[in-house]
Design a protein around this ligand. Structure first.
Ligand code: ATP
Length: 331
């Protein structure tokens, strides 16, 4: 029988708990021992863990957040920290460590592999979907739903007052969440890091689209989705610019951390369960330092460095649909 340890690290994402549950249940089936390290890599450094059994994960599938808590841990980048973590894992006789997190967490896992001989498996858990080698990440679909639900509500009030709203969505430095949320909410314009040309070009495009619409339909509501960390000076700066450009009030709304919370939607739950169970099935095999992701509905294994070596591209067909239906004067 093997001993497996699991931790959640970096930004939390809905579905992490469903993944923990799957790991624990798959381990119980094999008679493996499972430990959950607390607070991301901090728990690994401080030997702060809890043994997980089936009772602990009862009723857990639908819960947002992570029962193991997540955290950032700057110290983990040092050699000393990785050596301490390795000694702690050995003291518990851990055979395999599963890290559920984003690309930063995977870099941490790779760093640890230089000092620890055990098996290391990553599982993509982040609402940003910015990880190469997997079609989606755990939490991404739920975050889209949350953002769309919020933008729909903004639309109601924008329509009532015939106002312009600027809505900032998360995504770190990637536009996946912004693009999906803008498409599904039928927003009028979307600003994404992957497609951003310049401040001037963007303002010109929005100005033209808006004045054409106003000529055709009179005063209208108008929703712009903005990816975080994109506009120089931030959302308020852009709101000011748009206000003087359009001579209308522009209301900025930052959706913020609500996008990280909530019960996971079924797509995230099912993916989390499949990836967690698949990770456990690799225990004792030669497979090491890989992320278990999903391609075309099936689990796949991707070397950890591949997950961050290049930025993950947006889906061409999503971008084309956006270009056909939004950000242009016909929209
Ligand atoms: P998200 O993008 O959803 O926030 P993430 O996993 O990318 O998730 P980060 O804050 O980038 O979040 O990374 C999480 C943790 O991983 C860091 O706090 C740190 O402990 C560890 N880590 C990140 N980069 C490295 C690195 N180069 N070497 C060692 N550890 C790292």
């Amino acid at each position: 029988p093997k001993t497996i340890a699991v931790l959640t690290s970096g930004g939390d994402a809905p579905g992490m708990n469903a993944c923990i549950r799957a790991i624990v249940l798959a381990c119980e089936r094999e008679n493996y021992t499972v430990y959950g390290y607390l607070h991301g890599y901090n728990g690994l450094l401080n030997q702060e863990y809890t043994q997980l059994h089936a009772e602990r994960v009862h009723n857990l599938n639908q819960l947002g957040g992570t029962i193991l808590h997540s955290a950032r841990c700057r110290e983990f980048k040092t050699q000393d920290a990785a050596e301490r973590a390795a000694a702690n894992l050995d003291a518990l006789e851990v055979d395999m460590l599963i890290v559920i997190g984003g690309d930063g967490s995977f870099r941490g896992a790779m760093h640890l592999s230089n000092y620890w001989d055990g098996q290391i498996i990553g599982i993509p858990g982040t609402i940003d979907n910015d990880i190469n080698g997997t079609d989606a990440t755990i939490g991404y679909y739920t975050a889209i739903e949350t953002a769309v639900d919020s933008i729909d509500k903004v639309r109601d009030t924008a329509d009532a007052f015939e106002r312009i709203f600027l809505v900032e969505v998360m995504g770190r430095h990637a536009g996946f969440l912004g693009l999906s949320a803008a498409l599904a909410s039928a927003s009028d314009f979307v600003l994404l890091p992957e497609l951003f040309e310049s401040e001037a070009a963007t303002l010109k495009q929005i100005g033209e689209q808006l004045s054409e619409r106003r000529e055709q339909r009179g005063n209208i509501s108008y929703i712009i989705v903005l990816a975080e960390n994109l506009w120089p000076g931030g959302i308020n700066k852009l709101a000011e610019k748009l206000q003087s450009l359009t001579q209308s009030e522009v209301r900025p709304v930052i959706l913020g951390h609500v996008q990280r919370g909530g019960a996971p939607v079924s797509q995230d739950r099912i993916m989390a369960m499949k990836l967690g169970a698949h990770a456990v099935s690799l225990a004792g095999s030669q497979t090491n330092c890989v992320m278990v992701g999903e391609r075309y509905g099936k689990p796949c294994e991707v070397p950890l460095p591949v997950t961050w070596s290049e930025p993950k591209p947006l889906s061409d067909s999503d971008v084309n649909t956006m270009k056909q239906l939004m950000n242009n004067r016909y929209a």
